[in-house]
Design a protein around this ligand. Structure first.
Ligand code: FES
Ligand code: FES
Length: 220
C-alpha cells in the first residue's frame, strides 16, 4: 500500500482529519474518505464542473486539486447548503431556486452549479444575466439549455435580497438602525416551519412562499 499523509480540512464548518495518498484528488477524498457523494464526478479532467466545491471561498474543480493541496483549508460542498444561515426548511435559496425554476433535469450538474452560484452571489449579490452566465461558464449541463439555471440563480439573488430588505425593515420597526446605516445580521426566517418567525414579527420575512410577489413580483 502507498504511503499516506494526514490532512485536516474544515468541511462545511466541521474539522475533519483523514489519511490520503498524496496522489488522491480532492474530489475522491470528499466522496470516498468523507463519504459526501453530493459532489459529482463527470469527467475527472477539469472540463465539466460537476465536481465544483468552494475552497476557502473560491469555486474550484475538485478533480483538478490533490487533497493534500487543500490541507488546512475550508471546503464547502453542496451538503452544507441546508445548514447555511440563509437556508429555510433545510433549503438554501439557491436550492429552492433550482426547485422553483426547474433548474435541473437529470441533476448531475446541479451540485456544481449551486456551488458556483453560491460563490457568485457572495461576491456579487445582484448579478446580471451575463454575469450569471459567466460565473457558470465552467459548469456544463447537457440537459437544461441553461436558461432555467440562470433563472434559478436569479431567484436566489432575489430571495436573498428580500431577506436583507425585510431584515432592515424589522430592525427599523423595532427602533433599531436601518440597513442604510450599516449591515444587520438577518435572523428572521421561520427556521422550524412552524409559522413563528425568529424576528418576532408576523409573516414579515422569509416564510416559505412561491408566489411572484415574494420573488419581487417578477413572473419569469
Ligand atoms: S469532474 Fe471535475 S471538472 Fe468534470
Ligand atoms: S440537469 Fe442534467 S446535466 Fe444538468
Amino acid at each position: 500500500m502507498s504511503e499516506t499523509r494526514e490532512i485536516t480540512l474544515t468541511v462545511n464548518g466541521t474539522e475533519q482529519t483523514i489519511d490520503v495518498e498524496p496522489r488522491k484528488l480532492l474530489v475522491h477524498a470528499i466522496r470516498e474518505d468523507l463519504d459526501m457523494t453530493g459532489t459529482h464526478i463527470g469527467c475527472d479532467t477539469g472540463n465539466c464542473g460537476a465536481c465544483t466545491v468552494l475552497v476557502d471561498g473560491e469555486p474550484l474543480k475538485s478533480c483538478l486539486m490533490f487533497a493534500v493541496q487543500a490541507d488546512g483549508s475550508a471546503v464547502e460542498t453542496v451538503e452544507g447548503m441546508e445548514d447555511h444561515p440563509d437556508a429555510v426548511d433545510d433549503l438554501h435559496p439557491l436550492q429552492e431556486g433550482f426547485h422553483e425554476e426547474h433548474g435541473l433535469q437529470c441533476g448531475y450538474c446541479t451540485p456544481g452549479m449551486i456551488m458556483s452560484g453560491k460563490a457568485l452571489l457572495e461576491d456579487n449579490p445582484d448579478p446580471s444575466e451575463a454575469e450569471i452566465r459567466e460565473a457558470i461558464s465552467g459548469n456544463l449541463c447537457r440537459c437544461t439549455g441553461y436558461q432555467n439555471i440562470v433563472k434559478s440563480i436569479e431567484y436566489a439573488a432575489d430571495k436573498l435580497a428580500d431577506g436583507e430588505r425585510d431584515d432592515a425593515e424589522a430592525v427599523a420597526a423595532d427602533g433599531g438602525v436601518a440597513a442604510d446605516d450599516g449591515p444587520a445580521e438577518f435572523d428572521g426566517y421561520d427556521v422550524d416551519g412552524d409559522g413563528e418567525f425568529s424576528c418576532g414579527a408576523e409573516n414579515c420575512c422569509g416564510g416559505p412562499s412561491t408566489d411572484a410577489t415574494h420573488r419581487g413580483g417578477d413572473e419569469r
